[in-house]
Design a binder for this molecule. Structure first.
Ligand code: HEC
Length: 159
């Protein structure tokens, strides 16, 4: 009788151990799967680090510059670029900015017009940065009549 009880106890113990093993391997695989989906475990707090990480990655892609051109907007990479991107491409495309070649005075007038009628914010010190960028990189193109020719070497036709 004692032997039989002992045997039964051993079986039960073995059974319990087996259940435990199954339970833990199940737990381990769940953890593994979780780790595969969310390697930083960002679901458990730690949100800030996760956000800054993706933010920097996004910003890097958003402000990518290739061959001297800001890819997202098509603006030329030069001093003041990011200020222009941040203030002038929110409401309309940068194309509208680029295709209008003006001098300093006309830019200031256009900005004033947008501020008065289109809800453009006060640009503060950035206005000078922006206008300088525009005048330097997108200077006005001389329109209308070409200048008179000078310094021409007329030659006489031979008879
Ligand atoms: C708050 C919104 C807003 C912002 C920001 C903004 N604009 Fe505009 N802008 C407008 C609107 C609206 C128009 C009119 C668009 C149209 O006619 O389709 C306009 C028109 C223009 C035009 C065309 C003007 C014309 O005479 O046809 C230029 C050039 C321009 N914007 C340049 C800029 C520059 C440079 C900046 C940055 C300083 C800027 N915009 C920022 C709203 C904005």
């Amino acid at each position: 009788m004692i032997d039989k009880n002992e045997f039964q106890n051993k079986i039960k113990k073995a059974e319990k151990t087996a259940y435990k093993a199954i339970f833990f391997s199940f737990l381990a695989s769940v953890l593994l799967l979780f780790a595969a989906y969310d390697p930083t475990f960002s679901i458990f707090g730690n949100k800030e680090t996760a956000l800054t990480y993706s933010d920097t990655v996004e910003n890097k892609n958003e402000d990518k510059i290739e061959n001297g051109v800001h890819i997202r907007t098509g603006l030329v990479d030069a001093e003041g670029l990011i200020t222009v991107v941040n203030n002038c491409t929110n409401c309309h495309s940068a194309k509208l900015v680029i295709q209008n070649r003006m001098n300093t005075e006309r830019w200031n007038t256009t900005i004033k017009w947008m501020q008065e009628t289109q809800n453009l914010w006060d640009l503060g010190e950035n206005q000078e940065v922006i206008v300088n960028y525009l005048v330097t990189n997108y200077p006005p193109i001389a329109k209308g009549r070409r200048l008179n020719l000078t310094d021409i070497n007329w030659y006489t036709l031979k008879k």
